[in-house]
Design a protein around this ligand. Structure first.
Ligand code: S3P
Length: 169
C-alpha cells in the first residue's frame, strides 16, 4: 500500500482524520509538525518566534524528505507544506496525496480553539485565512485526491478517503 499523505489548510481536520484513517487501515500515523517539535525540542510557535518562518520552512522540508522514505504509513503535513514543489515531489514518490478542504468560517471555528498557529495570531484571523487560502488554493488543488470536509465527521471523511484510494489504485 502506498503512503497516504494528508495536506490542506490549517483546521481542515488533518490530525483528526489521520487518526481515524490510521485505525481504519491499521497504518501508522506520522505528523510532520510533531516530528519537527520533537527534533527541535521546541513548539512550532517557538520555532517561528526564535528563527522565523523561512527557517521553519527549511526544517519542514528536511523533515518531509526524511519522513517520505517511510512505507505503508499515513503522513500528516502542516498547512504550508503543499506550497513547495520539493516537498510534494518527495512525498509523492511513495505516496498518494490527499488534500482536505473547508470553508474559511469552518477553519476559523476549528483554529480559534487554541493559539498554536503562529500565522493566525493576527487581529483579523478570518481575513488572514481568506487571503492565505486564496493564494494557496491552486497548490492544494494539485493533490491526487481533493476532499471537501464540510459538514462531515472525521470518520466519514476517512471512509471517503479509503473509497477514493481504492478507485485510484
Ligand atoms: C502552517 C500550518 C501549521 C504549521 C505551521 C504553519 C501553515 O500546521 O505547520 O503553523 O503555513 O499553514 P497545521 O496545518 O497542522 O496547523
Amino acid at each position: 500500500m502506498k503512503n497516504i499523505v494528508l495536506t490542506g489548510f490549517m483546521g481542515t481536520g488533518k490530525t483528526a482524520i489521520g487518526r481515524k484513517l490510521s485505525k481504519l487501515l491499521n497504518m501508522k500515523l506520522i505528523d510532520v509538525d510533531t516530528e519537527i517539535e520533537k527534533s527541535q525540542k521546541m513548539t512550532i510557535n517557538e520555532i517561528f518566534k526564535k528563527f522565523g518562518e523561512p527557517r521553519f520552512r527549511e526544517i519542514e522540508t528536511e523533515m518531509i524528505k526524511r519522513l517520505s522514505e517511510n512505507e505503508n504509513v499515513i503522513i500528516s503535513t502542516g498547512g504550508g507544506a503543499a506550497l513547495k514543489q520539493e516537498n510534494m515531489d518527495a512525498l509523492r514518490k511513495k505516496g498518494v496525496i490527499v488534500c482536505l478542504m473547508a470553508t474559511p468560517e469552518t477553519i476559523l471555528n476549528r483554529t480559534s480553539r487554541n493559539s498554536n498557529r503562529p500565522l493566525l495570531q493576527v487581529e483579523d484571523p478570518l481575513g488572514k485565512i481568506e487571503e492565505l487560502l486564496n493564494f494557496r488554493r491552486p497548490f492544494y488543488e494539485k493533490a491526487d485526491i481533493v476532499i471537501d470536509t464540510e459538514g462531515k465527521t472525521p470518520l466519514q471523511v476517512a471512509e471517503e478517503i479509503v473509497e477514493k484510494i481504492k478507485v485510484e489504485s
